[in-house]
Write a protein that binds this ligand. Structure first.
Ligand code: AKB
Length: 313
């Protein structure tokens, strides 16, 4: 049975990942940590941890007896552009600390990368697993450096590093904060609350996306994958779908015909979105560890609207 420490456990992925990990491995075997104090919604072990505090990270990990580190704490793309120095310190400092603690305590290691690790010179369509990565955002610089560090720690120290490049993640449980793909979550809330949405991303801007249940399944499948089959130790391309704003609006209109969408393009977000791929190729993840996703745009829309309605009633 694994004993897992999770950083950033109150974030968009962390808050749902904790529940899945506790179901799989037992509540007492998963230590949730976050820089914020929990409002007690989370049942099970919880500790406040600032990931830039390596001494506390080491002490908590050791005393819990963790054999797996899931490092989820990070600033997302739009927030990182607002404060690049903070992003560097938090994203890189936190990652180095988590890698070092994992090396010292000989743990398995998981951290997410992102489609943000690609840039304008990356092939936009069918973006290969191994390709040009020259991102033009601080978040992207952090993610590429993080991928290289995962490779380095694996080759140099034999650390069991595993990672995926997540696209925009969509969930009815927890809202994202500070990402470029956040519009694809907000649109569902607004469709139900007001029947209209103003998109900050321009019509025709394709980005990869994924529904949270598929993202969580990908994480735990990769965690359990046979290490001998894993050739890539930096991060695997994964996704559920690729769409642009008018396509998600059309999917919502199938259930709320009166739903209206307009555009008020946010130039900061748009320039980040324009630097990312339209649609990545996931075949290497399928080959090396059997990655699969279940939800497409329309099945995700049905599930999102049903669950958000229940939440709002
Ligand atoms: C963001 O928009 O910053 C994230 C991501 C794709 O990494 N959702």
């Amino acid at each position: 049975m694994k004993k897992i420490i999770v950083t950033g456990a109150l974030g968009q992925i962390g808050s749902e990942l904790i529940i899945k990990l506790r179901t799989m491995y037992g509540t007492e075997n998963v230590l949730a940590t976050d820089i914020k104090q929990t409002d007690s919604v989370m049942e099970g072990p919880f500790e406040v941890l600032d990931v830039t505090d390596v001494k506390k990270m080491h002490a908590l990990t050791k005393s819990f007896g963790a054999d797996t580190m899931m490092h989820m704490a990070a600033l997302l793309s739009a927030k990182a552009e607002e404060n690049p120095l903070l992003a560097w310190n938090l994203n890189m400092g936190g990652l180095m600390n988590a890698l070092e603690v994992s090396r010292e305590l000989e743990m398995q290691f998981f951290t997410p990368s992102s489609i943000g690790a690609f840039g304008p010179s990356t092939p936009k369509k069918g973006t290969p697993q191994d390709t040009l990565q020259r991102p033009t955002t601080m978040y992207g610089v952090n993610k590429v450096a993080g991928e290289l560090l995962c490779d380095y720690y694996h080759k140099k120290f034999g650390l069991d590093t595993r990672s995926v490049r997540f696209p925009g993640l969509i969930s009815h449980v927890s809202k994202p904060g500070g990402g470029t793909t956040d519009y694809a979550v907000e649109i569902y809330y607004k469709a139900l609350e007001t029947g209209r949405y103003t998109s900050p991303i321009a019509k025709g801007t394709y980005m990869d996306m994924m529904y949270m249940p598929d993202a969580l399944q990908a994480i735990t499948d990769l965690l359990e994958a046979n290490p001998e089959k894993l050739i890539h130790r930096n991060a695997f391309n994964v996704k559920g779908m690729s769409f642009e704003p008018s396509e998600i609006a059309a999917s919502i209109q199938k259930h709320i015909p009166s739903f209206e969408m307009s555009y008020d393009v946010n130039s900061e977000l748009q320039s980040i979105a324009d630097s990312w791929p339209d649609s990545i190729d996931i075949s290497v993840a399928c080959e090396e560890w059997g990655f699969k996703s279940i939800y497409d745009l329309d099945s995700m829309t049905i599930d999102m609207l049903e669950n958000l309605k229940l939440k709002m009633d």
